[in-house]
Ligand binder design. Sequence first.
Ligand code: HPA
Length: 278
Amino acid sequence: MNSVENVLQTHLEASLNVLQKRLDGRTPRIGIILGSGLNPFADSIADAVRIPFAEVPHMKVSTANGHVGQFVCGNVAGTCVLAMQGRLHGYEGVSSQDVAYPVWLMEKLGVGILITTNAAGALNSAYHVGDFCIMSDQINFTGRNPIADADPARMADRFVSMLDAFDPSLRAIAHRVANAHGIRVQEGVYVGLLGPSFETPAEIRMLQAWGGDTVAMSVCEEVIAARHVCMRVLGISLVSNMGCGIDGANPSDLGVIDVAATRADDFSRLICGIVEQL
Ligand code: HPA
């Protein structure tokens, strides 16, 4: 193992020690990353313990609007989950490995399924603000990859397959739950960019031509990190706005958070219903 791998492994072990003590015997099976405006879901987790990212050695702290920056571990629909109330984004000046770090930590804790969520702009003009979109695939256009350089901690193969990165059976469950609750969902290709500037109308047209259906500034690096260690992944976006320039749209971060607040109940029904089926 070279020195970079050693450092990451040592850091993960130190974080794990602290987290395990704070979890006090809780053994989460499902990890849930809550994106912009979707953080309030974690307030409904039962028998919860809350651990600020700042108290976990080597975890970077979220600085984005609407991202609380803590782990919340407890019960959802009778299953122990570890939620992240907020995440790290590349645009916050952290490395791709910093973004991936909590995903690898989850895996070390025994989490086998990652549900990653965010607010996203729609590229697909048939989508509506307030729709949920199950990710069928992703285009990582961040220019970054968490498993580049170091072959992190020899966790797994460097050349990880990204076929069916978003688990088909988890996607089917999400559709079934949405249908059962009458919640409108789309399924489409997610494009992840570095940000933090929103896209120009010309970039939106380019991403549409590439086959993208939604766009935002997170998720892709987490998904690569999770697949690298063989976690099953489900990705769900809330369409918080139409992409810049579509019907005159001009997205803002506060607008994104406002829309998420109006969809909080359906988001909660969807996530609880999915967890119940796992
Ligand atoms: N573009 C990029 N990121 C986003 C958007 C968007 O339109 N909406 C929410 N996050």
